[in-house]
Design a protein around this ligand. Structure first.
Ligand SMILES: [Zn+2]
Ligand SMILES: [Zn+2]
Length: 97
């Protein structure tokens, strides 16, 4: 049986936030679906990982996704809907805090 969290605890939330804060400039790229098809990571991301923003490749406003975050959630076996429900950032700001 697959063991999955049904909600993110504080420890997990902090872990994700720390991970995001450590993203490099390149890892902070948010891509629209069209650019993702051409220049993305090659994995189809859940709609739950998209949020409204600006594509860092074509400059279009709309739904964008961040591959680094998506990859990290996959690596940590975190369900996209649970992540979405947790209200954590789905697209990453350019500023490195
Ligand atoms: Zn684009
Ligand atoms: Zn991707």
């Amino acid at each position: 049986m697959e063991k999955k969290l049904n909600q993110l605890n504080n420890e997990m939330r902090n872990k994700i936030i720390n991970k995001i804060q450590g993203f490099s400039v390149k890892e902070r790229y948010n891509l629209c679906a069209e650019c993702h098809k051409v220049k993305g990571c090659g994995i189809d991301h859940s709609v739950y990982l998209y949020d409204t923003g600006t594509c860092d490749l074509c400059g279009k406003k709309g739904d964008v996704v961040n591959c680094s975050l998506a990859g990290y959630l996959k690596e940590q076996d975190i369900d996209e809907i649970i992540y979405w429900e947790a209200g954590l950032p789905r697209i990453i700001q350019k500023r490195i805090n």
